[in-house]
Design a binder for this molecule. Structure first.
Ligand code: MV4
Length: 450
């Protein structure tokens, strides 16, 4: 729906693809045309490259936007589009593949002078004995990552040789199942860092700019829960330094279109490149709110071969934005909560943006990601954004499914969050001191949603 909106503004007609599970989905109703590409199982529909490409050809499409899930970071898909004469709205296949190969990406960044953490040398580790030697040299704690992965799948923190012996085979099996690769990467684990990522835009004439950062430290099991822009602890000086490193990361490989450079930031102000995401991300909205730049529109124009329309010095950050990811999940059990939505009312007002496909009578399918809405607020400063966000969450009504709205209210009231002093361990610490569900006073309106 976000992509359809940007296309409409540009006068571009749209064709949506869907699986039989998504027949009643809002994006299908909203697009000019729609095509069913297969059964619910993603492997047989949304991940089926020939099905998507042939739908695009059959409907006379000029370009394919991959969105942010499924095939969005699949080099084979970008290449298949290209071979069929379709513009792929994203980077070139070779850059998707490069950034998907963690040891290779890190080697290139290190050589380009972008700071990286101490980690495995070479092309990755498959054998436990080799992993043990490397971990010993790095010193514990060490983080095991999938060399072909990203976003936390196959990741394990290990604090001793014994833990490594236990965890390495598990992480390797997870990587093989998820990415078809047994190659792992070991990295020194930073305990109390923040996850700070820079949005970049690049045209195919090697011009690259950044649009500032997002703080995504608040995650649960590597699923982002709440993101904000700007990062509350970045000084203009550090922003410039990290921004330059992010731009350098894109420049050195000749990257094009939208991308995100992820860093870890320590309390001492040291930062390290960890990976690059070669797609528009779920949390792009907070950057849009503080920069006023429509990132999806820019990505479409860049894919058409247009030069960048904005120069670095024209990028101004204004105010503070927060995004709450609303998941259809049981807040106590952390289990998906599919069901039929009723009494849906989404909040509104100045500085309140809701991106959702929910409507009354819609059945949230069990087959896919439980993300059902994004509440994005923008205000002049962070304190006001927090207040606005809380007010909007209390206004949100959703019956029929359970959501994590109560968790968001709890985060927004947390003194550590309010002072801006959070790190990637925030929600983990949080859950360990979580009070019983009964003590959580049900708030007036969202009580039914919890
Ligand atoms: C790390 C890290 C600490 N040290 N790497 C998580 C997702 C992926 N894109 C990168 N991630 C991390 N990589 C090193 N060497 C911390 C994270 C991380 C995290 C870790 C545990 C619990 C929550 C987290 C939230 C954000 C980032």
């Amino acid at each position: 729906m976000r992509i359809i909106r940007a296309c409409r503004e540009l006068g571009i007609p749209t064709v949506a693809v869907y699986s039989t599970a998504d027949k009643a989905a809002m994006h299908v109703r909203m697009a000019d045309e729609s095509v069913c590409i297969g059964p619910p199982a993603a492997q047989d529909s949304y991940l089926n490259i020939p099905a998507v490409v042939s739908a695009a050809i059959a409907y006379g499409a000029d370009a394919v936007h991959p969105g942010y899930g499924f095939l969005s970071e699949n080099g084979d898909f970008a290449e298949a589009c290209h071979r069929s004469g379709l513009h792929f709205v994203g980077p070139r296949a070779r850059h998707i593949r490069l950034m998907g190969d963690k040891p290779r990406a890190l080697r290139i960044m290190k050589r380009a002078g972008v700071p990286v953490l101490p980690g495995s040398e070479g092309n990755g580790v498959t054998e436990l004995r080799e992993a043990q030697a490397q971990a010993k040299a790095l010193g514990y704690p060490v983080l095991i990552k999938a060399a072909a992965g990203g976003g936390g799948k196959g990741m394990r923190i290990v604090r001793s040789a014994e833990e490594l012996t236990r965890m390495f085979p598990l992480a390797r099996a997870e990587s093989e199942a998820a990415f078809g690769s047994r190659k792992m990467y070991l990295e020194k684990f930073l305990e109390r860092a923040r996850h700070v990522e820079f949005q970049i835009l690049a045209d195919n004439r090697r011009n690259v700019i950044h649009l500032g950062e997002r703080d995504c430290s608040i995650q649960r099991r590597h699923q982002k829960v709440l993101e904000e822009a700007p990062c509350p602890v970045l000084t203009p000086r550090l922003r410039e330094k990290m921004g330059k490193a992010a731009v350098r990361a894109a420049e050195v490989v000749g990257y094009s279109n939208v991308g995100t450079v992820e860093f870890l930031l320590t309390p001492e102000g040291e930062f390290y490149f960890i990976e690059m995401n070669t797609r528009i991300q779920v949390e792009h909205g907070v950057t849009e709110m503080v920069t006023g730049v429509d990132l999806v529109k820019e990505s479409l124009l860049l894919a058409m071969g247009e030069p960048l329309r904005i120069r670095q010095r024209q990028v101004r950050l204004s105010g503070s934005a927060i995004e709450c990811r609303i998941y259809a999940e049981d807040p106590d059990l952390h289990l998906p909560s599919p069901g039929v939505v009723s009494n849906h009312h989404s909040p509104g007002g100045l500085g309140v943006r809701v991106e959702t496909a929910l409507y009354d009578g819609y059945r949230v399918p069990v087959h896919y990601d439980p993300l059902v809405a994004k509440l994005i607020v923008h205000a002049e400063h962070r304190e006001l954004a927090i207040a606005r966000c809380k007010a909007a969450l209390r206004e949100y009504l959703i019956d029929g499914i359970k959501t994590n709205i109560p968790l968001h209210l709890k985060i927004l009231e947390d003194p550590d969050f309010r002072s801006g002093h959070v790190a990637t361990d925030f929600l983990a610490r949080y859950e360990s001191r979580a009070e019983p569900a009964a003590e959580r006073a049900p708030r007036r309106q969202h009580a039914r949603a919890s």
